[in-house]
Design a protein. Structure first.
Ligand SMILES: [Zn+2]
Length: 70
């Protein structure tokens, strides 16, 4: 939240929009939303947040299955 209020830009490569959401980068990695590797937190603009949400919608069961192994 703090980063957003400072007017951080979207982390997606080539995107220069204002960020609206900050997410753990590992949650964004592998969803097709292109953030640079090595980030801890990813800032997403409205458009890319929408894209991320769409990309992760069908993944929820997969993630649950992964966590239940521990
Ligand atoms: Zn963006």
């Amino acid at each position: 939240m703090g980063l957003i209020s400072k007017g951080a830009k979207c982390s997606v490569t080539g995107c220069d929009n204002d960020g609206v959401r900050s997410l753990t980068a590992s949650k964004v990695d592998g969803t097709g939303v292109g953030i640079p590797h090595g980030l801890k937190k990813a800032i997403l603009c409205k458009e890319h947040y929408k894209e991320w949400k769409k990309a992760t919608k069908g993944d929820r069961d997969t993630e649950k299955a992964r966590f239940s192994r521990f």
